[in-house]
Design a protein around this ligand. Structure first.
Ligand code: 5GP
Ligand code: ZN
Length: 113
């Protein structure tokens, strides 16, 4: 999608700090770090929200989550971790290309929750 920020990141038109990449998935640091290491995981194909995902896209995306989260655990040593996905404006979605937030947690008052 030509006017999608995340498609532009996939295409390299907008820079991002990449955390993980394969043929179908890209993970990169959120520009606004809610907590240190806050990461977004997206399918490389433009799908607006969870309703548009195919089982294949969803299962591949989730299959790489343990690898990404274990790498984050090693690098940032959080106490906990939130996985979050917003669908629709009311639910807090601001970029309409499906993304899963991975938010490392460091304690009460760490900026999230
Ligand atoms: P949502 O509110 O849709 O669940 O999350 C969208 C996220 O995308 C926000 O946390 C926002 O900070 C992040 N974001 C928006 N624009 C950019 C960008 O250009 N680069 C990166 N790395 N993150 C972005
Ligand atoms: Zn897109």
């Amino acid at each position: 999608m030509s006017d999608c920020i995340f498609c532009k990141i996939i295409d390299g038109e907008i820079p991002a700090s990449k955390v993980y990449e394969d043929e179908h998935v890209l993970a990169f640091l959120d520009i606004s770090q809610v907590t240190k290491g806050h990461t977004l995981v997206i399918p490389k194909v433009h799908k607006e929200n969870v309703y548009e995902l195919t089982p294949e896209i969803a299962s591949h995306l989730f299959s790489v989550i343990p690898k990404i989260t274990n790498a984050m655990k090693t690098e940032f040593n959080p106490i906990g971790l939130n996985l979050l996905n917003n669908n629709g404006e009311l639910a807090g979605q601001s970029v309409f290309h499906f993304h899963l937030h991975i938010i490392p947690r460091y304690g009460h008052g760490d900026g999230f929750g």
